[in-house]
Design a protein around this ligand. Structure first.
Ligand SMILES: [Zn+2]
Ligand SMILES: [Zn+2]
Length: 206
């Protein structure tokens, strides 16, 4: 009797350990980084002129996207490397309004304030219009930026064909950027090392 119960305990113990091992293994294989990092393309036109964003202040410095990046609103959505048609999104729920606030703009459904002035829809018979993924929409600022979105913001007296041709001229390379890391320490989703991945699978946070 004693002999059997010892055996049972041993079997139970082995099953328990095997279970844990299995759990860690599955987590290890299935593990995906939960860091958010994706991209969208856009352009802003005022009176027929495309904004060039040619000041360094529009771009996130590599130094400022370091360790505690998500505590800094600017780290959540920004541009890099003087490339003025790509938004880099590093968090959940980043809207177009958030992004433009980060580069010093004010962006609402009827107002656009840039470094050059402020433009109100309806003034001087000019309109603020948006083409999002090919569709004329009334409201963009509160919309979450989605991966591979293409957005045209246009202020002026533009005709529909003008808007469409401006929209078409936006370079669509967000998908390519989605495959790349950001400059240096702007982490995004750098692949984990074997040890980091094992630690995460076991549940050790370091
Ligand atoms: Zn990026
Ligand atoms: Zn970045």
């Amino acid at each position: 009797m004693r002999h059997i119960s010892k055996k049972l305990i041993l079997v139970a113990l082995i099953s328990f350990l095997a279970g844990i091992l299995w759990f860690v293994m599955v987590r290890f294989i299935m593990y995906e980084s939960d860091a958010v990092h994706y991209h969208a393309n856009f352009a802003v036109y005022v009176d027929g002129q495309r904004e060039t964003f040619d000041n360094f202040t529009f771009y996130e410095e590599v130094a400022s996207c370091g360790a505690d990046e998500l505590n800094n609103p600017k780290a959540r959505g920004h541009m890099h490397d003087n490339i003025s048609h790509v938004v880099h999104v590093h968090d959940y729920g980043v809207t177009w309004g958030h992004f433009f606030a980060n580069i010093g703009y004010t962006f609402g459904n009827d107002i656009l304030k840039t470094d050059k002035g402020h433009f109100v829809s309806g003034e001087d018979a000019k309109e603020l219009r948006f083409i999002l993924n090919g569709k004329d929409v009334d409201s963009v600022a509160n919309q979450t930026i989605r991966s591979e979105d293409v957005l045209l913001i246009d202020f002026g007296t533009s005709t529909d064909p003008e808007l469409q041709s401006r929209f078409q001229s936006i370079t669509r390379d967000a998908a390519d950027y989605n495959k790349r890391d950001d400059p240096s320490s702007c982490t995004g989703d750098k692949p984990l090392t074997f040890t980091e991945r094992l630690k995460k699978s076991i549940g050790i946070n370091s």
